[in-house]
Write a protein that binds this ligand. Sequence first.
Ligand code: B3K
Ligand code: ZN
Length: 873
Amino acid sequence: PQPVYLSDYQPPNYQVTHTELTFDLDPTATRVKARLMIERHSEASDDAPLVLNGEHLTLLKLALDGSPLTEADYRLNDETLRIEDVPAAFILESEVEIAPSSNTALEGLYQSNGMYCTQCEAEGFRRITYYPDRPDVMATFKVTVIGNATSEPVLLANGNPVAQGALENGRHFVTWEDPHPKPCYLFALVAGDLHKVEDRFTTMSGRQVALQLWVEQENLDKTEHAMASLKRAMVWDEQTYGREYDLDLFMIVAVNDFNMGAMENKGLNIFNSAAVLTHSNTATDAAFQNVEGIVAHEYFHNWSGNRVTCRDWFQLSLKEGFTVFRDQCFSADTNSAPVKRIQDVSFFRTAQFAEDAGPTAHPIRPDHFIEITNFYTLTIYEKGAEVVRMLRNLLGWEDFRRGSDLYFERFDGQAVTIEDFVGCMAEVSGADLEQFMRWYSQAGTPEIDARGEYDYAHAEYHLTLRQRTPATPGQPDKLPLHIPVRMGLVGTKSGKDLPLTMNGETLGKDAVIHLREYEQTFIFTDVAEAPVPSLLRDFSAPVKLHFPYSREDLAFLLTHDSDGFNRWDAGQRLAMLALDDLIAAHRNGVEKVMDSRVVEAFRTLLTGQVSDKAVLAEMLTLPSEAYIAEQQPIIDVDAIHAAREFVRQSLAMALRDEFIAIYNDNVSDEPYAPTPEQIAQRSLKNVALAYLMSIEDEQGLALCEAQFAADHNMTDVRHALTLLVHSDRDDLASPALKAFGQKWAHDPLVMDQWFTIQVTRPQLDVLERVEYLMQHPAFSIKNPNKVRALVGAFAQNRVNFHRLDGKGYALLADVVIELNRLNPEIAARLITPLTRWQRFDEERQQLMREQLERIKREPLSSNVFEVVEKALA
Ligand code: B3K
Ligand code: ZN
């Protein structure tokens, strides 16, 4: 497979102005008729050939302006259909046959639980019909879907229904029209035995929009939260960005087999059922919040993605980075803003930093790829969102909003680039964003080494910041970035933020300084007392910041920093210092001793300094093993696990009574609601329970069993079950696990949780459980949710996946090899943990490489090929 380069971009020679499709559905022989109105681009040469994409299609008919074409008139291969000689404007008609029931890749038209659905982004439309499958070709669509009236009573596509009726042989049809020109990746079709929940929304200009959520019958009671989330998102986008919905109908459909979370098809969003269905008995608080965020994300794409789309797939972060930023802000406004930021950053620093440090590191705008599907990454999405957030912070909200208005107005109905977006921001604000653009082209996580010195005699504080970005594949040398560092100086006597003065200018108590050079010293004057600097507040840039804080400094910031995010981060840094010592002790076979300063810091937290319970729950949560691993030069899986367990148990023993008190104070029998208040209470209570269970405290065990037995809501039940299964008390865990599995055998989303709970336990019997559970009737390798819940979750279980006999790696490779044939997109994602081999000890490096080599010897999809090739480079 050959890479595509951004620098080779050429505008299309032909535009499709209008597309008419007719689908005659059949599991093994669906007929797709296309009627395309095509025009040559004014700048294209007269003899430019027409080249259409098409894969896995059987061509039955082809006609140009009504005249049938014969094989002499065109050239066909596995990927393209090429017609040399075409007029400046013409109608091309084609008919192809496809087989949705054998489409296990879940791209194009496929079947899920008997129902038909589509996934076209990025390049799936070429599996439906011959077409210029690229986002800068935008057409209006008219689509007729013909199906069996009994098995497919519901026939959906984008836009508004304009005609419907009965046909012979028990068949019927519905015709849909979408008046908004769109690229084909936003096309969607759904057909099946679906049931709807309906609501209404009145837009800010007073238009009525019908909202429909389509699900299988048994899921009708799981739609309320998604519908409520949708309405909140619609209001938020009007109030925050002035964006109104633009069709009379907005539909969401839930399907069980879906590669990603969801897809923003115009007017017809298709969702992985896991990303839309919730019920208090089946979904956790985290799932409720996830659903709210994804529903909002896909809805927000209607403007940031659909009305204004990407010129080419290198610009993917244009729509994804901006839309993630929008959904993050929505969730922050709807729930607890500090907790949302803490959770997002915590995930980002664990997973995106790891991606940046590995062999698949790439810029937010890559300059080449083999398989675009491999680039739906944390870098494109989450780092892209961090960069948009930096723009918001650099410009301030008002200018950012004016830039966004200009962007939507100027480029409405167009396919554009990242320069177009940033250009609008620069134009409205007058800001110089030239150096800032490097964030889009330079890969890797920048590191800032900070040093500070207080000069008593002159009442000055000197802060020196040095930046460097480590080399990444293909980018050995890095240029300095424009990094906004939000900061304060916290007085050690007063415990308060000190006024900041630089070069005679008063900056307030919380300011943004701009690091643009490799090294810069910032001198603050009139600093009345010795301060501790609070740097990178609210994670103002996606970087690693190092400062030689003492443990006393961190304990001080933990209680005095005015920035909630940095208070949390001080706690994490303090815990990391203790963990580092313990990891070293474990490696050296020295007895582990708990740092009493950490215990005292936690005691202070537990005895009432923090009023926001959700924030407190986050502050009491230790850095994850994955995050700790990211901080180590070489990952020692066992030492990390042992050190973290030691800290957990030491805290639990020292603060047992406090944890019991917290638990008891936060038990509630109120009816379940996914409100921020209830979620905060549950998370705090459950953090306390986890500490108690880490020492298998009798009282903790009793509370845990009671919480499971009370069966009040899935958050509490799942947490209690997880703690039991992850404890050494198999006598209690086994019956609970069995009861849970029997109770929910009919519900695939709950069974996914049942799988995950079992394969994330730390005991060393997990590999055998995975093998056993892969034979369970509720498991299917063809369903991406199942693969993620069982195999994906196992590969995150660090002590078990990284077993020294290499069996964990071999198991993952077996599954990758099988999925490479069935679903290359999921196969390529699943390899990720193996690609990180360079981070481990030599023995494990060797074992991981062996499995990568084994995969490489297979006949590979381009998806898996690209990842394995990079991993072994
Ligand atoms: N835009 C989709 C991505 C689907 C791509 C799958 N190959 C989901 C989202 O970001 O909203
Ligand atoms: Zn998106």
